[in-house]
Design a protein around this ligand. Structure first.
Ligand code: NAD
Length: 353
């Protein structure tokens, strides 16, 4: 087992982790622990180089700091990436070695699920470290975060409706959901219960057809979904969907969905503002899952009621973000970053006092 520290400005600790016997090559980034231990998922991807993996882990861990700061989870931001093809290299020895590296940080970094790392994998990681969250309810953990992320998006969409239409009512609003997976699928159900009109799309056409049949949603082929005129567009599939090609085509009044990193570049927040489309910053509206996981670490352990109460704050946070955006004449994305930095500054001040 060998760790090397990589010095990166603005990051508390970035570790390169190598274990010869299992073949593990991973990076752990602790961006900021001002507000609490750095919690963020562990993902495994066949990155083409360590530089590519480093870029990913740095960007993601910083994003976790802002997401948690806005959501007031009492957590900081971190992330870990395992370099390699999960199909061929994800073995118990490798996951155990990763657990030992997480343990080296002794709680400064707390891990959770992310791409290609599921609950079964985390159970193996946990044999070497206790700093693992998001395991099954049966094991006393907080379980699958996706329904809580969906609930949080719904809470956020009420704030969006208030800002655009002056009432939090979602009944009768036409919502276009891209991606009906764990989060988007649940969001569609929740919105339908409230009487919203739902149109769905997904690259998984069989799933779309099944949901049309079983739930009565309207559907559109994924390639044509931007042609649908709607009130709210809810991206719940993948990142970078808001870009130079898509923004001019949008026919919605507002955007609020679960996908991470929806803006390809920061300037796309301005492009949305220029088109008069209200954008609910992804890291504010999709915080339900991290809030739910974070509750696990509170004294007394996981309680769903606490989680649901905390998720309601997404509404207040978005109201603040929209107000700051209006008052300061900045994009909603910039306003959300300002809110996060404000909370980090308050945390730093409180720590010094
Ligand atoms: P998921 O894998 O369960 O669902 C994603 C769905 O999107 C799938 O049905 C997939 O077929 C579809 N999809 C993928 N690429 C697509 C494309 N190019 N066009 C149309 N559809 C496409 O994932 P999820 O857990 O529902 O998460 C959805 C998004 O929300 C992701 O971006 C994820 O990072 C983000 N997110 C999820 C959580 C959570 O708690 N699960 C929390 C925060 C953010």
């Amino acid at each position: 087992m060998e760790t090397t520290e990589i010095q990166v400005d603005g990051y508390e600790k970035v570790l390169r982790c190598r274990d010869r016997s299992s073949g593990l090559h991973a990076l752990i980034a602790v961006h900021d622990t001002t507000l609490g231990p750095a919690l963020g998922g562990m993902r495994m991807l066949p990155y083409s180089s360590e530089d590519e993996a480093l870029f990913d882990v740095l960007r993601l861990s910083e994003g976790m700091t802002y997401k948690s700061a806005c959501a007031e989870t009492g957590l900081g931001g971190g992330k870990s990436v395992i370099i390699g093809d999960p199909k061929t290299l994800k073995k118990p020895d490798l996951l155990k070695a990763m657990g030992r590296f997480v343990q080296v940080l002794d709680g400064k970094y707390i891990t959770a699920e992310d791409m290609n790392i599921g609950i079964a994998d985390l159970e193996i990681v946990r044999t070497e470290t206790k700093w693992v969250t998001g395991l099954s309810r049966e094991s006393g953990s907080s379980g699958n975060p996706s329904p809580y992320t969906a609930h949080g998006v719904l809470v956020g969409l009420h704030a969006v409706a208030e800002e655009v239409w002056g009432s939090k009512e979602l009944k009768g609003k036409h919502v276009l959901i891209q991606g009906v997976g764990a989060v988007g699928g649940r969001l569609a159900e929740l919105l339908k219960e409230l009487g919203a009109r739902i149109t769905i799309c997904d690259i998984n056409e069989a799933k779309v057809a099944e949901l049309k049949q079983s739930k009565g949603y309207e559907t559109v082929p994924d390639a044509k979904h931007l042609d649908v005129a709607c009130d709210i567009y809810a991206p719940c599939a993948r990142g970078a969907g808001l870009n130079d090609q898509t923004i001019p085509r949008l026919k919605c009044k507002a955007i609020g969905g679960a996908a991470n990193n929806q803006l390809l570049e920061l300037r796309h927040a301005q492009a949305l503002k220029d088109r008069g489309i209200l954008y609910a910053p992804d890291f504010v509206i999709n915080a339900g899952g991290i809030i739910n996981v974070g509750v696990e670490l509170l004294p007394g352990g996981y309680k769903e009621a606490t989680s649901l109460k905390m998720i309601e704050n997404i509404h207040t946070n978005l109201r603040k973000v929209f107000e700051m955006s209006r008052k300061d004449g900045v994009t909603t994305h910039e306003a959300a970053l300002r809110l996060a930095r404000q909370r980090l500054a308050e945390g730093k001040k409180a720590r010094k006092a």
